[in-house]
Design a protein around this ligand. Structure first.
Ligand SMILES: *Cc1c(COP(=O)(O)O)cnc(C)c1O
Length: 368
């Protein structure tokens, strides 16, 4: 049955899945959701073309999207995405974290990849629509760090092989219940320093959340795994000296004297919402947080001398992960076995997201 609501979200038509999963079935999936492998029963689609702009917003049953083989996204990689989470609070309500930031960042990515910007109200309403119809898939409160991961994305759909910005696009949101991102719990991650590959160069697309950056990181990720590491840390493309970030997470360095350093946003680093939130939370806790260039030598020497006491990575999917080891061609270094600041910040952020602490910054946005 298709209905069009007359509420604030009248932009979206709704077609409910003919057969819904039972509460028991969903409950079983939510007991051990893994990450990004099971999807909810609906998705949101919105189309764009030059004549009509954004139109035909709809909530439909989750399923394949028919695309012509010549669709521009397959050939020239015009694609951008976002990553967010819906959190269930103790009273049953469902919230997300700083979604305006994701809406803004999607548009910053869109500008860089020559795609049309999406009005933030459509972005926010699309998320609200999906989480409302699939609310049963938001894991219950008080069960560790489970959430409903939200993946908004936009692709170029023009059916032609010309190298130019597509003249039609599709915005889509899908959702997937998520447990802890790293299987095996919160064990410190090991990082590989690639001296062969870079992730992003000045003037390139490093600050845009686009699939191409991930494609470019996969060979080095494989190299890291061959060398016994979980993830890759990328250095700057010009001097191969300055620490940038991981393939999908930003980095922080904690000093014994309470200083915290995170690489500054130079245009080749993705501006993480988690990163900027942690900069604020750490400053409020009295840390001197410095956003500046930070070299790989400074990292090695700081750990060797005992000045650097903790290193962690952060992003929406994995929240905060301690870094345990750094390895490169010809050497490796164990990080100190201390995680006090890391775990305090992690808990503070999670407490805000799950409604267990006061949201003094107004970072939460109610979905249901
Ligand atoms: C998404 C992403 C991050 C983390 O951003 P959050 O907004 O904190 O989730 C960091 N680096 C890269 C390359 C990313 O794609």
């Amino acid at each position: 049955m298709t209905t069009t609501s007359t509420s604030a979200q009248e932009f979206f038509a709704r077609t409910e899945a003919a057969e819904r999963r039972s509460a028991d079935e969903i409950g079983q999936i939510l007991e051990n959701p893994g990450f990004g492998s099971t999807f909810t029963e609906h998705m949101v689609l919105v189309e764009w073309d030059k004549e009509q702009g954004w139109h035909d917003g709809r909530v439909v049953p989750y399923g394949p999207i028919p695309l012509d083989p010549s669709a521009a996204v397959f050939h020239y990689a015009q694609e951008i995405f976002e990553g967010m989470k819906a959190y269930r609070h103790e009273d049953g309500s469902v919230w997300t974290f700083r979604p305006e930031r994701n809406a803004e960042r999607l548009n910053a990515s869109a500008r860089r990849i020559a795609m049309p910007e999406l009005p933030p109200t459509i972005f926010l309403d699309a998320i609200k629509e999906l989480v409302t119809i699939d609310e049963a898939w938001v894991p219950p409160a008080g069960e560790g760090e489970t959430s409903l991961y939200l993946r908004p994305f936009m692709i170029a759909t023009e059916e032609a092989l010309g190298v130019r910005p597509s003249n039609s696009y599709l915005f889509c949101v899908i959702a997937s219940p998520a447990g802890a991102y790293f299987s095996g719990g919160l064990k410190p991650v090991s990082l590989w320093v690639s001296d062969q590959y870079v992730r992003a160069a000045p003037g390139g697309t490093g600050a845009a959340k686009t699939g191409g950056n991930y494609a470019a990181s996969l060979a080095s990720q494989a190299e890291g795994i061959e060398n016994g590491c979980d993830q890759v840390v990328f250095l700057d493309a010009t001097e191969h000296t300055y620490v940038e970030e991981l393939g999908g997470m930003n980095l922080f360095f904690v000093y014994a004297d309470g200083r915290i350093v995170t690489p500054e946003l130079t245009g080749t680093i993705l501006p993480g919402v988690t990163r900027s939130s942690l900069v604020e939370l750490a400053r409020e806790r009295g840390h001197d947080v410095q956003e500046r260039r930070f070299s790989i030598d400074e990292w090695r020497e700081g750990v060797a001398s005992g000045e650097i006491t903790e290193v962690f990575a952060c992003g929406t999917a994995a929240v905060i992960s301690p870094v345990g080891r750094l390895a490169w061609n010809g050497g490796e270094l164990e990080m100190p076995d201390e995680h006090k600041v890391t775990m305090d910040l992690r808990e503070e952020l999670l407490d805000i997201q799950y409604g267990r602490a006061q949201d003094a910054h107004g970072w939460l946005y109610r979905l249901v």
